[in-house]
Write a protein that binds this ligand. Structure first.
Ligand SMILES: Cc1ncc(COP(=O)(O)O)c(C=O)c1O
Length: 413
């Protein structure tokens, strides 16, 4: 069992405050161990984790296959550098293609990193195929994004993100980003002009509060992009790798984006970002065709991260976790809908697969904090939305334990 550690949380937090930049609103808890759907703190308490570190713990904490893959790889080769071929990279890229995205992959470290690569690739496409009114062959460069989206916090992805709290204070921003309401293809159509090169959207908005679009939305974006020779970029950082009950979120609507980005769960807890591009589009990053290196990352695709990622993808396939996520998610949403049939505190229950949003008619944070005090980890987004994103290995008993607590707390509001 978990032994109390020598230092109290207060002592660790004091040292944190002295030596770390306080970027995150952290709980006053110090986690020391994880196993499956459980996290253990340094005082011996344990928590049922129904949020999996913003989705990064896709298979739960320290899944034995992932641990073995990392350990074995670490004893063999960590990173010879990207001037050499390594097998783990090919395994991950091949698995992504096999599971439905018929394209080629570039590896980096995070969601923002992957989206940066996507935006750079779109720039090159826009230069190669400029609009007819394009002045001085600068190329098409505008990207249509959506309000309430989240694509990262770098200088390229901040202005793509449709949340003012992310981008404010960092002006001037990179130009060329336009925002329209999510789930509104007509609004996208209305702002396409001769400088537009891409449309960027999450198949389901995650940080925006688990917003599932209408069935017509993504197909409409796909046909707009086809009609106007625009790239459709699907940011699948939240929705990729089984989270929503499909390998990739866009598959719910039978469309194919031109570019897909992955991060969070695809590394199973290690930093992995992936930018995948379809067909000939990937050639714009091809150093042989482009006469030199166009995009790169020193440690991108390092063997340890790739071994973890290959194990994550293999376990999802072997253990039927896509189907499991779909069933467990449906179970949880049905149970919540039944429990809150006449509950005035609930505005809506939504989601796909194991990505679930519960919208309250009041702030969600107090409920999330009380859940934590009761040993259940969930998350609050956009003020009034409780988010659940348990590991894909969660079972019905574990969901029931968490939902018992959550439902009781919401009813008491
Ligand atoms: C849809 C989406 N894209 C990109 C990102 C950025 O990912 P990262 O924090 O790994 O840079 C996030 C983070 O939450 C996200 O939800």
């Amino acid at each position: 069992m978990n032994k109390p550690h020598a230092e109290t949380s207060d002592q660790i937090i004091q040292r944190h405050d002295a030596y770390l930049i306080n970027c995150y609103p952290r709980y006053r808890a110090t986690m020391v161990r994880g196993e499956g759907c459980y996290l253990y703190d340094n005082q011996g308490a344990h928590y049922l984790d129904l949020f999996a570190g913003f989705g990064a713990g896709l298979l739960g904490h320290c899944h034995p296959d992932v641990v073995t893959a990392i350990t074995t790889q670490a004893q063999t080769l960590l990173h010879p550098g990207n001037l050499f071929h390594t097998e783990p990279q090919t395994l991950v890229a091949e698995a992504i293609a096999r599971h439905g995205f018929a394209g080629r992959s570039f590896f980096c470290h995070s969601g923002a990193d992957a989206n940066e690569a996507a935006l750079k690739l779109a720039r090159l496409y826009g230069k190669a195929k400029p609009g007819s009114q394009d002045p001085a062959n600068g190329g098409r460069f505008k990207v249509i994004c959506t309000y309430q989206s989240f694509h990262g916090r770098t200088f390229g992805t901040m202005p793509a993100t449709g949340q003012s709290t992310v981008a404010r204070r960092f002006e001037p921003h990179l130009p060329g980003f336009v925002h329209v309401p999510y789930n509104d293809a007509e609004a996208v159509a209305a702002c396409i002009d001769d400088q537009t090169v891409a449309v960027m959207a999450e198949p389901l908005q995650g940080e925006g509060g688990v917003i599932v679009p209408d069935d017509a939305y993504l197909p409409a974006l796909r046909s707009l992009c086809d009609r106007h020779d625009l790239l459709l970029i699907c940011d699948e950082v939240w929705t990729g790798c089984g989270r929503t009950g499909q390998w990739f979120g866009h598959q719910h609507w039978n469309i194919e984006p031109d570019i897909m980005t992955l991060a969070k769960g695809v590394g199973g807890g290690l930093p992995v970002g992936v930018m995948c591009a379809r067909g000939k589009l990937a050639d714009y990053f091809d150093c042989a065709l482009q006469d030199g290196v166009v995009h790169a990352s020193t440690l991108g695709g390092n063997c340890a991260s790739m071994a973890a990622s290959a194990a994550v993808l293999a376990v999802i396939e072997r253990d039927g976790l896509i189907d499991h996520a779909r069933k467990m998610g449906q179970y949880a949403r049905d149970r919540l809908a039944k429990a809150f049939l006449d509950c005035k505190n609930i505005k809506s229950i939504r989601g796909l697969g194991l990505f679930i949003g519960i919208e309250l008619n009041q702030p969600a944070k107090p409920v999330v904090e009380q859940c934590m005090a009761a040993g259940i980890l969930v998350n609050a987004a956009q003020q009034s939305i409780i988010r659940l994103a348990p590991p894909l290995v969660v079972n019905q008993n574990q969901l029931d334990v968490g939902l018992d607590v959550l439902e009781a707390l919401i009813r008491k509001l």
